[in-house]
Design a protein around this ligand. Sequence first.
Ligand code: UDP
Ligand code: MG
Length: 317
Amino acid sequence: MPRAPLRLSCVVPAHNEEANLEDFVRALAQAAGRLTPEFEIIIVNDGSRDATHAVALRLAQDLPVRYLALSRNFGKEAALTAGLAHARGSAVLLIDADFQHPLELLPEMHALWLAGYDMVYGVIVDRGFESGTKRVGTGLFYRLINTGKQVKVPPNAGDFRWMDRRVADALNALPERNRFMKGLYAWVGFKAAALPFVPHDRAGGQTSFSMRRLGSLALLGLTSFTTLPLRVWSVVGSLVALLALVYGAWITLDTILHGTDLQGWPTLAAGIMLFSGVQLMSIGILGEYIGRIYEEVKRRPTYLVARDEDNSPWRDS
Ligand code: UDP
Ligand code: MG
């Protein structure tokens, strides 16, 4: 099926990016302009506390920029969701504001889209620049989340993506509030191509993702895309019960055959401590899922737009 002419919406989430935003958006406008004269750049200011707001407003005066200011910091997943919901192009590009996602790859993404791929996603080939703990954690995370059969989340694929209108529509139609985007991209499916890339260093400013924040993102991903943590406990429970049964039978027999001298209190204490720990852990995991259910049923919006400055060529008039 031939593609409609390219009208490109570039979604740029920005949280405290005053150091990068101006240069980045100008560079992006040039790169996009080389592909098509028809493009818009959607800057989503995710509750920045620095001058990002002023920079974005300035950019919206002379570039085809749609500027959305969220009412507070809702997190990158929500910022991307907001950008996607407002994108009007025939293709949507998601790209970070810190120059880490190479603009040089845009022509290749465009070519793959023209060749029939509905989603082209960047895959980080070299995580060598990251700390050992982060790499081990990431590896473990992808192993866990991909224990399910249905949806495979490609390891090291991030939010650097080019997607067709159909994919954007599919993502916009997903009703959940807990939006783990890396999982949702995989969930919607469509014909996808991986594009390996080596991320640049952050141009200015600092990453917003501390280890703690990455941890809670991982927890969101796991609870949204696998029920394995819930099932593990049924298996553990069954095994422990079986073990207890065998042990009980053995004690009974031993007592009948050899009498008893009332030993084994340390075993008892250790056993109680171990299994109350295991029980608390399993309750905690249940709690994680229940917490997500609670957030879903409240049906609060994923984000709120406080200001919408539209200087894109496709302004609704
Ligand atoms: N970001 C955002 N909201 C947040 C945190 C980050 O919109 O709460 C944006 C940020 O401005 C950047 C992108 O998401 O454009 C990636 O963030 P960052 O560079 O801090 O993450 P890292 O590249 O270290 O994973
Ligand atoms: Mg970054």
